[in-house]
Ligand binder design. Structure first.
Ligand code: AMP
Ligand code: ZN
Length: 117
């Protein structure tokens, strides 16, 4: 855990969150500033900075995040309608919080464009 990391504080319960799903490896909670009707963040329950810091010592956590996506989607009612998972990495990727997280977006048609024109 990184004591200055906002998502580590959420994992420890020092900052409140609106939890959607939790297990031994993963926490999922609603984004504070949703951009779609369903906007949930899925995070590993250890401090991994970003995708560049995933390796064989911690990848069980990213595997468990992958397994959690459909559970979160089901919990939020978008398993049938569909959703998008985004993981921003580093400066050009637009990552603001330096604790690996996946955005699960849904509840509306998202279109086919991934990058703004
Ligand atoms: P990113 O730009 O990929 O790093 O996304 C960070 C996301 O974290 C943004 O969508 C924020 O709205 C969200 N966020 C920041 N602080 C909190 C918080 N305390 N609870 C929930 N979501 C948060
Ligand atoms: Zn952290």
């Amino acid at each position: 855990m990184d004591e200055n990391c906002i998502f580590c504080k959420i994992i420890k319960g020092e900052i409140p969150s609106n939890k959607v799903y939790e297990d031994e490896y993963v926490l999922a909670f609603k984004d504070l500033h949703p951009v779609t009707p369903v906007h949930v963040l899925i995070i590993p329950k250890i401090h991994i900075q970003d995708l560049e810091h995933v390796d064989e010592t911690n990848s069980v956590y990213t595997q468990k995040c992958q397994e959690a996506f459909k559970k979160v989607a089901s919990e939020c009612g978008v398993a049938e309608s569909g959703y998008r998972v985004i993981c921003n990495c580093g400066e050009d990727g637009g990552q603001e919080v330096k604790h690996l997280h996946y955005h699960l977006l849904g509840g509306q048609k998202l279109g086919t464009k991934i990058v703004h024109e």
